[in-house]
Design a protein around this ligand. Structure first.
Ligand code: HGY
Ligand code: MN
Ligand code: MN
Length: 416
């Protein structure tokens, strides 16, 4: 579905008005006018506007709205204390200049699926909840899935309080400025104990479904993945008067490390990306004193991932020895391999009439929660496979097919 031109409705297909209105309300929030990308970072104004949107959708539908100790938003149908709740949802924050669908499609579809369930006259026998997990992308503080990791006890309050953004603002300060109590954050086992199943709908970040006749697929697994910060310490000097042989230029070591990362990943059947870099002092006519490069690496299994990152680190250090540059590496985020609960996975595939089952290299809150509760994911077809980009898109029919699939799943899990 295009993000701001009139969507082209499939002939004879009346788009779900509520899906459309929700999508339109959400679309302008945090969208950068020049790039068309989204900058919805944790605990910023755009994040607050997204949260206000979520709360309004919940309250308009008469759902029990609450925020948990970590700022995640919940909208309940039924009594949470009854337990064995069927929960669905995703996130509303974005990567820098991300697309409109990564996260929001899951949240909008959750409300639309609940509307569809109600229009069917379905009567849930279990509590239902819709959730918006905070800070899934980690775009501001560098760690993915902060909201769900805190609740699942995979990130301690102390570790969270140590997080700083690029301006040195702490997570705690940012939460306070947004009106939240950073002293309250921490594990939430009681809340997670109330969940019988969590299902996250998400745009596919890849093109596997595009090669099938299926608009919706079911996730089997998430590749292990992580983020490592490489610091290349060189020596500042004059670009115009320092002989080449006298330089300790960290940019040289960084550049060779980027090339080595691609080579090591390709050889191992893994992925390695340096997508973020910082240079000090960052002057055109000055040799850098420090280059900071962030590596995102992912692989089909943890052993391969560890081997690839180790080889990239060794290549960086060896090149640094040639360049007179010291290299230090810090792991900033890591998510182990996720194998979604086989019973739930197979139940969803059955409920969806034999939908394709596929792995992904993208991390999700469902992956974090899978250590605590039975979780599953639905993927909506992405015709280009592009994500983490303003060009991310999905066909309107496929988005609405995702809503129907999610309603079928919620009905199958909560109403029988
Ligand atoms: O980086 C990821 O895989 C996810 O989009 N947070
Ligand atoms: Mn993402
Ligand atoms: Mn996402």
């Amino acid at each position: 579905m295009t993000d701001d031109r009139e969507p082209v409705a499939h002939p004879g297909h009346r788009p779900g008005a509520s899906f459309h209105e929700m999508w339109r309300d959400l679309l302008p929030i945090g969208r950068h006018t020049e790039t068309g990308g989204y900058r919805r970072y944790a605990w910023t104004g755009a994040d607050a506007d997204c949260r206000a949107w979520f709360r309004a959708q919940a309250e308009t539908r008469g759902l029990g709205y609450e925020e948990d100790r970590n700022g995640n938003q919940w909208a309940w149908l039924g009594d949470p204390a009854a337990g064995d709740a069927v929960v669905t949802g995703s996130h509303l924050d974005s990567v820098p200049d991300g697309g409109a669908f990564d996260g929001p499609l899951g949240v909008v579809s959750s409300f639309a699926a609940l509307d569809e369930l109600r229009s069917r006259g379905a009567r849930p026998a279990k509590p239902l909840a819709l959730v918006n997990f905070g800070d899934e992308e980690g775009a501001r503080f560098g760690l993915a899935c902060v909201g769900s990791r805190l609740s699942a006890g995979q990130l301690s309050a102390e570790q969270a309080h140590a997080l700083r953004d690029g301006d040195g603002v702490s997570l705690a300060r940012a939460m306070e400025r947004a009106g939240y109590d950073p002293e309250a954050i921490g594990p939430d086992p009681e809340r997670l104990a109330r969940i019988g199943a969590f299902v996250e709908l998400h745009i596919e970040q890849g093109r596997a479904l595009d090669e099938t006749a299926h608009p919706v697929g079911v996730a089997s697994a998430i590749w292990p993945h992580g983020r490592w910060r490489f610091d290349f310490h060189g020596e500042a000097n004059h670009a115009g008067t320092t002989r080449l042989e006298d330089r300790r230029d960290p940019m040289l070591t960084y550049a060779n490390t980027v090339l080595a990362a691609r080579k090591k990943a390709r050889t191992a059947g893994a992925l390695a990306t340096f997508g973020k870099v910082g240079v000090e002092p960052n002057g055109v006519n000055a040799i850098a004193s420090l280059v900071r490069g962030w590596l995102d690496s992912r692989a089909p299994d943890e052993e391969t991932l560890a081997a690839v990152v180790g080889e990239i680190e060794r290549a960086a250090v060896e090149r640094g020895q040639r360049d007179g540059v010291e290299v230090t590496v810090t792991r900033e985020s890591f998510t182990p391999v996720v194998e979604f609960a086989h019973g739930l996975r197979d139940e969803l595939a059955r409920l969806l009439g034999g939908a394709p089952v596929l792995p992904t290299g993208a991390g999700h809150d469902a992956g974090i929660l899978s250590a605590s509760v039975p979780t599953a994911m639905l993927f909506v077809r992405n015709p280009t496979g592009v994500s983490h980009s303003p060009a991310e898109t999905a066909a309107e029919d496929d988005c609405l097919a995702g809503v129907t699939a999610l309603a079928d799943v919620l009905e199958g899990l909560a109403c029988h």
